[in-house]
Design a protein around this ligand. Structure first.
Ligand SMILES: [Cu+2]
Length: 208
């Protein structure tokens, strides 16, 4: 019910935006919330609104729609320069990027992780681990026993391509690894191996 109303309201708002008609908005301000959608809907096709609606969707509907729909994949691509990138982790258990593309011209690649939060490592520690995607769960599960002091990575785990230190809020760390390690049979991922984090704090990493 709420969703439907929200959708209708959005449709209304988008239709109004497409029309660019301030008069209509004044109408919706004074009317009951449910009334304007019905009035605005017929106006959409008349305005030739398909393209206008899509244009308006990106800026307008993003906060409500995207945050719940795409937990891991809605993130931007990492900015890479000089065979390195910097990503951020925060107190909301999120990485700032969803994908890292390593230039094939690089022989080594460095990922720097900035923990921009304030929580201590024991409560909200982050690291960045690189592995085959299919090894992520095993690495993280076996890493639990290593604890905070072991960075939640099992000592000598040969499935790990790269693993940074585990850091708390305000700290920065980095890890460098050979690009050839990403040129076998992927796909590959980067993730945080802190218990519970690896399910959401992850993204794809590939040589491009
Ligand atoms: Cu984490």
């Amino acid at each position: 019910m709420d969703l439907k109303l929200t959708t209708l309201s959005l449709t209304c708002a988008l239709a109004l935006a497409a029309c660019g008609d301030n008069t209509s908005q004044q109408t919706s301000d004074t009317s009951a919330p449910a009334t304007p959608p019905a009035a605005a809907e017929p106006a959409t096709p008349a305005a030739g609104g398909d393209i206008g609606t899509q244009d308006a969707t990106a800026p307008t509907a993003t906060p409500a729609a995207t945050d719940t729909a795409a937990p891991a994949s809605g993130k931007p691509e990492a900015v890479v320069s000089n065979c390195a990138t910097t990503i951020r982790g925060d107190d909301a258990m999120q990485f700032s990027v969803g994908s890292i593309t390593v230039p094939s011209s690089c022989s080594e690649f460095t990922i720097t992780l900035e923990h921009v939060g304030k929580m201590p490592v024991a409560a909200m520690g982050h690291n960045v681990v690189v592995s085959q995607a299919s090894d992520r769960t095993g690495i993280a599960t076996d890493g639990v026993a290593a604890g905070v002091d072991g960075g939640y990575v099992k000592n000598g785990d040969d499935r790990v391509i790269a693993a940074s230190d585990l850091i708390g809020g305000g700290q920065t760390t980095s890890v460098t690894f050979p690009v050839s390690a990403l040129q076998g049979s992927g796909p590959y991922e980067f993730f945080c191996s802190f218990p519970g984090h690896w399910a959401v704090m992850r993204g794809s990493i590939q040589v491009g």
